[in-house]
Design a protein around this ligand. Structure first.
Ligand SMILES: [Fe+2]
Length: 151
């Protein structure tokens, strides 16, 4: 799910880059990079906590996640899909008493909430700009500052 999000952010970056909105494109690329880092965190965490037999046998959350039986659905790259994904993982960890996964997953839920708030602010501003090139230029500059600081 993190790599799907990273790909979606890169696609959006390409869209903005094609329109020479370099700040918005940089912001999306920084976001894609962040999502790849999240994928790495999952990769690093899974082997420790979700080993077969680590938590109530291979029937625990980790076993189901590895076998792709999480029931996670959602439009690829959509906030809603990712939101359901991380909440589904948390519910599975809870259902299977996988206490070791709670802090890890809670950090992702908190990050998800923050990201959704940020993206909603950007979308609201784009709607307000509504074709006003000056407003779009300012937003592009503002978002570019984030991309520059985190690149
Ligand atoms: Fe993420």
């Amino acid at each position: 799910m993190e790599l799907t999000s990273a790909t979606a952010y890169l696609q959006i970056a390409a869209f903005f880059s094609d329109r020479n909105l370099v700040g918005m494109s940089a912001w999306m690329r920084a976001q894609a990079s962040e999502e790849r880092a999240h994928a790495d965190r999952f990769f690093d965490f899974c082997p420790r906590s979700w080993q077969p037999g680590a938590h109530r046998g291979d029937t625990g959350a980790g076993g189901r996640i590895r076998r792709g039986r999480t029931g996670v659905r959602g439009r690829p790259g959509s906030g809603a899909g990712r939101d359901r994904g991380i909440h589904t993982l948390y519910r599975l960890a809870s259902d299977f008493g996988d206490l070791a996964s709670f802090p890890f997953l809670q950090a992702f839920i908190a990050e998800q909430n923050e990201e959704e708030s940020t993206v909603q602010t950007i979308l609201d501003r784009l709607r307000l700009a509504s074709g006003d090139s000056g407003a779009i230029f300012l937003l592009d500059h503002e978002l570019g500052a984030r991309g520059d600081s985190e690149a």
